[in-house]
Design a protein around this ligand. Structure first.
Ligand code: HEC
Ligand code: HEC
Length: 402
């Protein structure tokens, strides 16, 4: 019952205040989408960067300064929608830059990345110091168990100075000087836990206030007068917030328990191929970052711990110039990314094995995603580029069954 209620909040279409449905008003004034599900379709991720309406809503443009602060006028992200009387900040248009990667067997694969420009900026130019970064919305499945991994378990895998000399360091994403808050969610591990992640989504993506982010004006800055003056949906009935603590608890519980069905849209794979692919994964050294498993007690009230296999160390790695950008976020430098968990990949890909992988959705296939790896992952990437096409196919089969 509570789960269904949580799902209905995840799928709720919020409206602007004031409205006759007080429980669902308060959207904006600036926002990117009207519901959580608009960016996380069925809780999963989009399988392409564009659809018939243009750039998918799940692709956000993050903004920030080199010191980690927001753009003074536009804030931490570009909101491409506004309520009546509040101009949208602008919109993102994409072009693609392509090059060819060569494999040892002589074949070539086209790699392309989105290059974004911003149009129709309604509040003047961005600060000349502002850096940008595209982020695609990942699936919400598996967030609950990842939230339950003990900090010490993550720290056990860290090797910031590469003492073991394997070329792979892995840095914990400490968000504070005192090292009490360890980042684990988001492509750059900027959110310390699921509760913060969900509340931040309400604030920045939908413009709704919660206990953690109580400003009803969401992400409007002082440079955005109409936005600061717009009516809010906060009401005494909901503790002067647009999303009451009770509603938030129910939503958090839904996200914590969201799990994937066992089979994805791809045809069932031959178990022998999957097993062979898993061996290739190990031989290439992928598990140095994509750590297979952990023991967690999940759901919260479970009596005994269980083993989960997210395939991530939840640490930051230098992934080289191909994936780098200039925007630092949380503890992560421009070149650093959190190892993406690989579980649920079967739901990231369509029946043809295509999707929108990596932080900005640039990779259309698993093979492309691997070939973009560089920096600490260069050796693993080169290993895969040197394989026979049979072995590469086995690796792809293994990954698309996770
Ligand atoms: C406008 C699109 C958009 C909306 C609306 C949106 N999200 Fe997201 N979500 C994203 C993007 C993009 C990211 C990745 C952010 C990053 O890495 O910095 C993300 C990340 C997440 C994550 C973390 C996943 C991970 O693996 O680290 C969770 C959980 C999440 N969103 C839940 C929600 C909830 C709950 C709502 C509704 C309150 C919501 N989102 C609304 C786009 C959206
Ligand atoms: C040095 C650490 C490291 C190694 C080694 C590594 N990866 Fe990754 N992997 C990452 C990081 C970090 C990301 C996220 C990068 C981004 O989004 O820009 C990632 C992303 C991915 C993705 C995309 C996932 C998604 O959700 O979009 C796939 C697939 C993947 N890795 C497979 C592999 C395979 C296969 C190997 C071995 C050949 C490998 N990785 C080796 C760190 C590593």
């Amino acid at each position: 019952m509570e789960y269904t209620l949580g799902q209905s909040i995840f799928e709720r279409i919020w409206v602007s205040a004031p409205s006759s449905t007080e429980a669902a008003d308060g959207l904006g004034p600036l926002f990117n989408a009207r519901s959580c599900v608009a960016c996380h379709p069925a809780g999963a991720r989009p399988q392409s960067l564009v659809d018939e309406k243009g750039v998918v809503p799940s692709l956000l443009m993050r903004l920030g300064l080199a010191d980690g602060g927001p753009d003074p006028v536009y804030g931490v992200q570009l909101q491409n929608e506004g309520v009546a009387g509040v101009p949208a900040e602008g919109r993102v248009v994409l072009a693609f830059e392509a090059h060819e990667a060569r494999l040892a067997d002589g074949s070539g694969i086209e790699l392309r990345k989105p290059v974004a420009a911003m149009e129709a900026l309604a509040y003047g130019p961005l600060s000349p110091e502002t850096k940008t970064g595209l982020r695609i919305g990942p699936a919400i499945h598996g967030i609950g168990p990842l939230d339950r991994i003990a900090n010490d378990d993550i720290l056990a895998g860290a090797d910031p100075d590469d003492k073991d000399g394997d070329g792979i360091s892995g840095r914990p994403a400490w968000l504070d000087q005192e090292q009490t808050k360890l980042g684990r969610f988001g492509w750059k591990a900027v959110q310390p836990d699921m509760i913060n992640q969900n509340a931040h989504a309400f604030m920045a993506d939908l413009g709704l206030s919660t206990e953690l982010f109580p400003d009803p004006q969401g992400e409007c800055t002082t440079g955005q007068a109409a936005c600061r003056a717009a009516p809010s949906g906060a009401s005494p009935q909901y503790e002067n917030l647009e999303v009451s603590p009770l509603l938030m608890t129910v939503l958090d519980r839904f996200v914590a328990e969201a799990v994937l069905p066992a089979h994805g849209p791809q045809p069932p794979a031959d178990p022998a191929m999957v097993a062979r692919g898993k061996k290739v994964f190990a031989a290439a050294g992928c598990q140095a970052c994509h750590r297979e498993s952990y023991e967690v007690t999940w759901p919260v009230e479970a009596k005994a711990p269980r083993r989960i296999s997210p395939y991530s160390d939840l640490l930051l790695h230098d992934m080289g110039p191909g994936l780098a950008e200039f925007l630092p976020e949380g503890a992560a430098l421009g070149v650093e990314w959190r190892t993406a968990p690989l579980w649920g990949l079967r739901w990231a890909l369509d029946a043809k094995g295509e999707g929108a992988l990596l932080h900005d959705g640039r990779a259309r296939t698993l093979q492309e995603a691997i070939l973009w790896h560089g920096g600490e992952a260069q050796a693993a990437r080169d290993h895969v580029a040197g394989l026979s096409s049979d072995e590469r196919a086995a690796l792809v089969t293994f990954l698309s069954n996770l």
